[in-house]
Design a protein around this ligand. Sequence first.
Ligand SMILES: [Zn+2]
Ligand SMILES: [Zn+2]
Length: 346
Amino acid sequence: VKKGKAAFLLGKKRFVIDEIDIPDCKENQVLVRIKAVGVCGSDAHYFLDGRIGDQIIPDKFIIGHEACGEVVDVGKNVNSVKFGDRVVIEPGISCGSCRFCIRGMPNLCPSVKFLGTPPIQGAFREFIVMPEKNLIKLPDELGFAEGTLAEPLAIALYGVRLSMLQPGNTVAIFGTGPIGLSVVFCCKIGGAGKILAIEPIKQRAEMAKKLGADYVYHPDMEDIKSRILENTENIGVDIGYECAGEQEAINRMISVCSIGGKAVIFGIPAQDRICFDPHVVRRKQLPLISVRRSAFTTDIALQLMRRSGIKFSSIITHLFPLERIQDALEIVSAKSDGVIKAIIEP
Ligand SMILES: [Zn+2]
Ligand SMILES: [Zn+2]
């Protein structure tokens, strides 16, 4: 049996690199040599806490789900990709037959197997076997590291679509880490009238401006509610997007959404309970829209990156070999060293 390297998270905060067997492809499967994997905020939660809510990682587990690579072997029934193709991996393997899958919501499939979410081993490794239907060709103009951005960008795009952003809408984006920046990018392309962002970290605030935010406010140095009301003729924003996973960001979002506006929650909080003022939400008749991963937006995300004229890939600030995954997760979870998006290149 051939072997490849993988990075295992041991409970919390410690990785070891070990070898694992490379399985053979079954008839509808493809073996991919992974070339780049993005480090996601959810990976940082697993790294720090060993869990997200009731999803607890086992003792020795491979995380990671934002992967791109090259096809090195295919099963006998595979015909959409061939040896040497560059591909983006769609990390959710849905069942295809439940009521949610049938109705076009594979992201809500209760039996979905999602890479790097227990018990499904993830992508921080050299080789992975995936079903053919989970592979999307990477456009020639995009590198492997850039291709990994398709996954978080697909989530942002899906959430912005759920919010039904209209050209001219004013929006406020709370937190401009990789997901918040992806939302800035989608709102810009989607024709938002004014994009206001809230972000304390300098590099992220600057990046938000570069990708299309009109104003970026520091949450601890400015009165966010007054600034946003000033900027929206005292109406508030049509849509708020919470991308920080923090109680305070949710409070602020609800306080600045206009009457009849919409509030979208992308963030994954570390705690198990978040609260909000039901009276404000009720009086404004504010829908709270949650976003579960994405559905059918990965290929569009790739096309947007390729054709928008905005260099979205400038959010990539750090590249690490697999052997330095420990450093990568420490930097990402501490948000230190000016990191925005870190990529592992196994
Ligand atoms: Zn992700
Ligand atoms: Zn299903």
